[in-house]
Ligand binder design. Structure first.
Ligand SMILES: [Zn+2]
Ligand SMILES: [Zn+2]
Length: 245
């Protein structure tokens, strides 16, 4: 079953890969918030990997200079040189469409409140021309970081050399969820481009195995996973129905 058939916001939930991401009760809002946090985490990771100088902290709070209230900051990057400290604020914006002037102003005000010397917005779907002009005027940088890029960064083994043929890659691009007795069940998998061996990864129990063509195995929650010529399939516990993923 593909997610489009379930009528969820496809772009937002298309690739919720993380194994720690378990959603038991589905609602559009919850899925949206989860995704948001994942994106923020990915942006933090991106800057951690890029960082060459300075000190970088992710997902912290900094007291508002005026009110003293804690303000949430996605990434805080501090560079110290010749006795001067420069604070850079990085704000992650996962959006379905382009960010606009209002978003720029919101981040500028946060940057001012926490005493940042520079601010950067990292966003998933681009920005409008007025937003770009506003940002340029304030010496703010805007960077594009797509959902796919974000996921490749936070998901372990997104690209994995096939352990069976050792000749090509298994890309974990089979993903989705369905509802079963009020619970949401998440799965993740991929097949080798060459020998068609598959990785099956149950997001509920964390079980992850490589299945050759014709191989069938049970995960810890007793769902049956198999791989045949037609593809990777799942037989939900207690069900006789083979579901091709
Ligand atoms: Zn292979
Ligand atoms: Zn399982």
């Amino acid at each position: 079953m593909k997610m489009e058939e379930l009528g969820f916001g496809y772009n937002l939930v298309r690739r919720n890969y993380c194994k720690h991401l378990k959603i038991k009760e589905a609602s559009h809002k919850e899925v949206y918030i989860m995704k948001w946090q994942e994106y923020e985490k990915a942006v933090g990771e991106l800057y951690k990997q890029m960082e060459e100088i300075g000190d970088l902290k992710t997902n912290i709070t900094i007291p508002d200079r005026v009110t003293g209230h804690p303000r949430q900051v996605d990434v805080w990057w501090e560079i110290i040189g010749k006795g001067h400290t420069i604070g850079i604020l990085v704000d992650a914006k996962l959006r379905k469409s382009k960010i606009d002037v209002k978003d720029i102003e919101e981040v500028l005000s946060l940057a001012k409140a926490v005493g940042a010397n520079k601010s950067i917005i990292v966003t998933s779907h681009g920005w409008t021309m007025p937003a770009q002009k506003r940002a340029q005027f304030e010496s703010m940088d805007i960077r594009l970081f797509t959902l796919d890029e974000a996921l490749e960064l936070v998901v372990e083994d997104y690209w994995k050399l096939c352990p069976i043929c050792e000749d090509d890659c298994i890309i974990l691009n089979i993903d989705g969820f369905f509802e079963h007795e009020g619970m949401v069940f998440w799965y993740l998998g991929g097949r080798c481009r060459k020998c068609k061996s598959a990785i099956a990864w149950c997001q509920d129990c964390g079980w992850k195995e490589t299945l050759k063509i014709g191989e069938v195995q049970n995960c810890e929650c007793e769902h049956e996973w198999g791989n045949d010529i037609e593809g990777l399939w799942l037989k939900f516990r207690g069900s006789e129905h083979k579901l091709y993923l």
